[in-house]
Write a protein that binds this ligand. Structure first.
Ligand SMILES: CCCCC/C=C/CC(=O)SCCNC(=O)CCNC(=O)[C@H](O)C(C)(C)COP(=O)(O)OP(=O)(O)OC[C@H]1O[C@@H](n2cnc3c(N)ncnc32)[C@H](O)[C@@H]1OP(=O)(O)O
Length: 363
C-alpha cells in the first residue's frame, strides 16, 4: 500500500533521489538494483533496450531488474521509488552508531548483550566472580542465543568481562540444596545442562569465542562447538573434572579427541592438565592467539571484516558442516548428562565443592 496517500509528485521523486545519496549505510546490491529499476521505469517507462551480453554482468543484472517491472505505470514506479527511499532513510537513521550503553539490549542481569556491525556480542558479566555460571546465567545465555539466531546479525560472539573469560560452573549451584531434594536437583541440573549445550549444537550462525582470559570447566568444553576461538595470550584452558569428582560435558568427550587426538584429550579431560593459549592453539582447540596488549583491537578488526561476508552463504556453510554431526552431538550430550547427574550425587563431587567453598583448597 502506498505510504504517500496523494501519490508521489515529481518533487517527491527528486527529493528521494537526493536522499539516496545521503544514506550512510550501504543498502546492498539487491536494493540498489531495485532502486535503479524503479528510477528507469519512472524516467523512461518499460525496458525496451536489448539485453546486454552474458559477460557484461553488471549491466545485465540492471537490465533484468528493470525488465522485471514489465509495464508498471510510471506513476506507480515513482511512488514505489519514493516509498523505498523513505524506508531506507528511516532504517539508516535508526542504525547510526550509538554509545554502547544505548545499544545494550535490556532484560539481562548477568550478561551485557549488544549488536553492532552485524555482530551480536554476548558478554558474561560477573567479573567479581570470574564470570562463574549461575543457573540464571545459563538461562540468559540460552535466551540471548535464541534472540541472536533470529536477529539480523551475521556473527555471534561470546566473551567475558574482566580478567577471566569464565571460571565455569558456579559451584554455589550445588549448595543450599535440602538433603531430600538432591536427586531432584541433580535431574533439573542435567536438564538445564542438556538444553544449554543443545543451544550451541543447534545454533545456526557462526559462533565465535573471544577468550579474554583464563577459561575453566564448561566454558572450555563447549569450545568444541564454536566455529572460531580467538584467545589472548593471557588465557589458559582448564577442565578439572576429576579433581571435582565430575566428568566431561559440553560434548567434549567426543569433540576433544576429534580435535586434538585421544592422548592430548585424555590429558586435559581426565588428568586436568591446564593448557596455555599457545598450547591450546597448537592442539587445534584455539584458532589463533593474539598478544593481550592488542587482543581486542586485532580480534574486532578481524570480526568486523568477516561480518561483511555474504550472510546467507556463511550461514548455509555453517549449517552444512554442523548438520553432518548434529544427531551424534545430541546423543553425546544426552549421554554425558546422564553420567554427570550420577556424579553430582557422589561423595567425591560433594567433598570437592565443599572444599572449594570452604577455601581449604583452590584448583
Ligand atoms: C546446572 C549445572 C550445570 C553444571 C555444568 C558443569 C560444569 C563443570 C564445570 O564447569 S567444572 C569447573 C568449575 N569451576 C571451578 O572449579 C573453578 C573454581 N574457582 C577457582 O578455582 C578460583 O576461583 C579461580 C582459579 C577461578 C580464580 O582464583 P582467584 O584466586 O584468582 O580468585 P578467587 O578464587 O578469589 O575468585 C574471586 C571470587 O569468585 C568466586 N568464584 C570464582 N570461581 C567460582 C566458581 N566457579 N564458582 C563459585 N564461585 C567462584 C570466588 O569464590 C571468589 O568469591 P569471593 O570474592 O566471594 O570469595
Amino acid at each position: 500500500m502506498s505510504k504517500t496517500a496523494m501519490g508521489a509528485s515529481q518533487k517527491d521523486f527528486e527529493s528521494a533521489m537526493n536522499q539516496v545519496k545521503l544514506l550512510k549505510k550501504d543498502p546492498g546490491n539487491e536494493v540498489k538494483l531495485k532502486l535503479y529499476a524503479l528510477y528507469k521505469q519512472t524516467t523512461e517507462g518499460p525496458c525496451n533496450t536489448p539485453r546486454p551480453g552474458v559477460f557484461d554482468l553488471i549491466n545485465k543484472a540492471k537490465w533484468d531488474a528493470w525488465n522485471a517491472l514489465g509495464n508498471l505505470p510510471k506513476e506507480t514506479a515513482r511512488q514505489n521509488y519514493v516509498d523505498l527511499v523513505s524506508d531506507l532513510s528511516s532504517s539508516d537513521s535508526s542504525s547510526q552508531v550509538k554509545p554502547e550503553a544505548d545499544r545494550k539490549q535490556p532484560g539481562y542481569e548477568t550478561l551485557v548483550v549488544t549488536s553492532e556491525d552485524s555482530i551480536t556480542k554476548i558478554m558474561m558479566n560477573r567479573p567479581a566472580k570470574k564470570n562463574a555460571l549461575t543457573v540464571q546465567m545459563y538461562r540468559e545465555i540460552m535466551l540471548a542465543l535464541e534472540a541472536a539466531s533470529k536477529d539480523d546479525s551475521t556473527l555471534i560472539v561470546l566473551t567475558g568481562n574482566g580478567d577471566y573469560y569464565s571460571s565455569g560452573n558456579d559451584l554455589m549451584n550445588f549448595m543450599n540444596i535440602p538433603p531430600g531434594e538432591m536427586e531432584k536437583e541433580a535431574k533439573n541440573g542435567a536438564i538445564l545442562l542438556r538444553d544449554f549445550v543443545g543451544c550451541f549444537i543447534d545454533f545456526p550462525k557462526p559462533l565465535v569465542a573471544v577468550i579474554n582470559g583464563p577459561a575453566v570447566g564448561i566454558s572450555v568444553t563447549i569450545l568444541g562447538l564454536f566455529d572460531l576461538v580467538y584467545a589472548s595470550d593471557r588465557a589458559t584452558f582448564h577442565t578439572p573434572f576429576t579433581h571435582l569428582g565430575q566428568s566431561p560435558e559440553g560434548c567434549s568427550s567426543y569433540t576433544f579427541p576429534k580435535i586434538m587426538g585421544q592422548a592430548k584429550a585424555a590429558e586435559m579431560l581426565m588428568f586436568g592438565k591446564k593448557l596455555t593459549a599457545r598450547e591450546a592453539c597448537a592442539q587445534g582447540l584455539v584458532t589463533e592467539v593474539f598478544p593481550d596488549s592488542t587482543f581486542q583491537k586485532e580480534v574486532w578488526t578481524r570480526l568486523k571484516a568477516y561480518s561483511k561476508l555474504p550472510r546467507n552463504a556463511l550461514h548455509i556453510s555453517k549449517q552444512s558442516i554442523r548438520n553432518l554431526e548434529k544427531e551424534k552431538l545430541h546423543a553425546v550430550n544426552a549421554g554425558e548428562n546422564s553420567v554427570l547427574q550420577e556424579r553430582w550425587l557422589s561423595d567425591e563431587c560433594m567433598n570437592a565443592v565443599v572444599s572449594f567453598l570452604s577455601r581449604k583448597a583452590k584448583l
